[in-house]
Design a protein around this ligand. Structure first.
Ligand code: PAF
Length: 282
């Protein structure tokens, strides 16, 4: 496995792979890799001939007061992890390589970015969509793999690729959880032992919601109130608990068929997100 740090080296390496007719898979990450990223890499390895993983803590998607400076940077460990899973190439650029001068061109997806995480993280999705467009243009992959844990990000990227006719496919892979249900996240490593226990309230709330829906409760407000009560019992500070349409991300009054149940909660200083979705109700 090769690690490259510049756009020209990355382009040359991908060109060499493409000359041999390789189908290129791409897993964009900010590093601090865990089993969730692992499953994206494994899926990419299964579905593509060659797999590029980018590791770049993208400054433009962090707001003031967020964790840009403290975000874990663990390139050596991440590289060994990618190598073991069969990735072929890591692209680990510096911020200067990705943003050599003031960025005056931005990619923004409207509407889908207004609610959920977008409401309390202004500019976050503009940073994500801009860096993903840059990475897609640099890597030139056939398929890019994203995780369902960032459900809003997944919907936004899908829409951007469709609206801008970008020449790649987007594949969304299921959430990977710890044995006790906590969704894998690079930010879990910020949690103290006591916070780690309380962090389970996100999954507990979602499972309770699933049970209530299966038992016939379809009223969104009642479901949201029940989830909030579970989170508050564990002193989780709620950013949002929302029930929205899977594609438009517009709030729903009732769950009739497809619905995304998404939440963001602060456990101590750490902001965690999680979600489940209903595709079809039995
Ligand atoms: O999901 C992430 O890790 C980031 O938002 C991404 C897609 C790598 C863009 O920086």
């Amino acid at each position: 496995m090769k690690i490259v740090h510049t756009i020209s080296d990355l382009r040359q390496s991908v060109l060499d792979m493409k000359k041999q007719g390789a189908k290129v898979g791409f897993v964009p990450t900010m590093g601090a890799l865990h089993a969730g990223h692992g499953s994206l890499i494994e899926t990419a390895v299964k579905e593509c001939d060659t797999v590029v993983v980018s590791i770049f803590v993208n400054p433009t998607q962090f707001g003031p007061g967020e964790d840009l400076d403290t975000y874990p940077r663990t390139l050596e460990v991440d590289a060994a992890f990618c190598d073991k899973l069969g990735a072929d190439l890591i692209f680990a650029p510096s911020a200067d390589e990705m943003y050599p001068s003031e960025q005056l061109t931005w990619v923004e997806v409207e509407k889908l970015t207004d609610g959920l995480c977008g409401a309390n993280r202004p500019g976050h999705f503009r940073g994500v969509t801009t860096v993903c467009t840059k990475l897609f243009n640099i890597v030139g992959a056939d398929i890019a793999f994203f995780g369902q844990k960032d459900a809003q990000q997944a919907a936004v990227i899908r829409r951007m690729v469709c609206d801008l006719n970008l020449p790649l496919k987007i594949r969304i892979c299921p959430i990977v959880r710890e044995a006790d249900g906590l969704a894998m996240s690079s930010r879990n490593r910020y949690l103290s032992a006591e916070e780690r226990k309380r962090a389970l309230c996100l999954h507990k709330a979602l499972m309770a919601c699933r049970e209530q829906v299966m038992a016939g409760q379809r009223d969104a407000n009642a479901l949201i109130d029940a989830m909030k009560a579970i989170i508050e019992q564990d002193q989780g500070e709620i950013d949002y608990v929302s029930i929205v349409d899977i594609e438009t991300l517009e709030p729903l009054n009732r769950i009739e068929e497809k619905a995304l149940i998404a939440l963001a909660v602060h456990i101590g200083p750490t902001r965690l997100i999680d979600n489940i979705y209903f595709d079809r109700l039995e």
